[in-house]
Design a protein around this ligand. Structure first.
Ligand code: DGL
Length: 271
């Protein structure tokens, strides 16, 4: 069983890709809707909330947890992997993030090594600088344009209207195009798992030639490879119904998941 964690709905965009590419695996999804958004919280709080979520998923029988959240990956993953997990009762379990897998796929699929690549993310993800560092490790020639969308994930969580969401997306795109002097970036990476929910709005406001990368497909690709290299996490299981847990109001979360993703997901309140 693979645990997936996000602050709210965003990680469902990763879940959908994983469920499609790994149909035989069982997943438990946990959205910490009661505490979302994380993107503007202090790092210490993000660390503690992420650790509690991972522990809960470990205790529910997931030996492997994927942080389906860029903010938690950027802020908490390394510390948890290096300082907490090896010294905890869960030391044989594993936590994976989604930034390196995304960057691995992004940097191996460019047509032009000196491309301009814009990365949209939450305040904490962009401040961490992790996307630039990881992209430049693999392609020092890429011109990376980091663009904060500080309010967008929170607006999605709060069920903002289409008009309000469009306003936030258009502002972020306008700011990013100011940084490129109006030139169309070759590619855009939606570096917050909430943002593919409004990918149609990014498409509408970005230049038509800008290609939007899919983080879900990248994470699925790298996870399939990881499971091949780590057969201990790839035991044969009977496929059961995936479990969807929330720390928030399950009724509201179900309704929002239907609105944003067009599917019914049977969220339960996590005790
Ligand atoms: N979906 C998350 C991410 O990928 C977090 C958004 C938030 O809670 O601010 O960054």
């Amino acid at each position: 069983m693979i645990g997936l964690f996000d602050t709210g709905h965003g990680g469902l965009t990763i879940y959908q890709a994983l469920a499609k590419h790994l149909p035989q695996r069982n997943f438990i999804y946990f959205g910490d809707h009661a505490n979302a958004p994380y993107g503007t919280k202090p790092a210490s709080e993000i660390l503690e909330l992420t650790k509690s979520a991972i522990e809960m998923l470990f205790n529910r029988g997931c030996p492997l947890v994927v942080l389906a959240c860029n903010t938690a990956t950027a802020v908490a993953l390394r510390q948890l992997q290096q300082n907490w997990l090896p010294n905890s009762v869960h030391k044989n379990k594993r936590v994976l993030g989604i930034i390196v897998p995304t960057v691995e796929v992004a940097t191996s699929t460019h047509d032009d090594a000196s491309e301009t690549l814009v990365v949209f993310g939450t305040q904490r993800t962009i401040e961490s600088g992790v996307y630039e560092v990881e992209i430049h490790k693999r392609n020092p020639q890429a011109k990376v344009i980091p663009q904060t969308c500080a309010q967008l994930a929170g607006a999605i969580e709060n069920g903002a209207s289409e008009g309000e969401l469009e306003q936030l997306v258009s502002e972020a795109v306008r700011e990013c195009l100011q940084k490129t002097d109006g030139k169309a970036p070759q590619r855009a990476l939606l570096g917050c798992t909430h943002f593919p929910i409004v990918e149609h709005l990014f498409k509408k406001h970005l230049p038509t030639s800008t290609q939007i990368l899919s983080q879900g497909a990248a994470v699925a690709d790298r996870l399939i490879d990881y499971l091949k290299r780590h057969p201990e996490f790839a035991q044969n299981e009977n496929k059961q119904t995936d479990l969807f847990l929330t720390s928030g109001d399950a009724l509201r979360v179900k309704a929002d998941a239907k609105r944003f993703l067009g599917v019914f997901l049977p969220f339960e309140k996590c005790p």
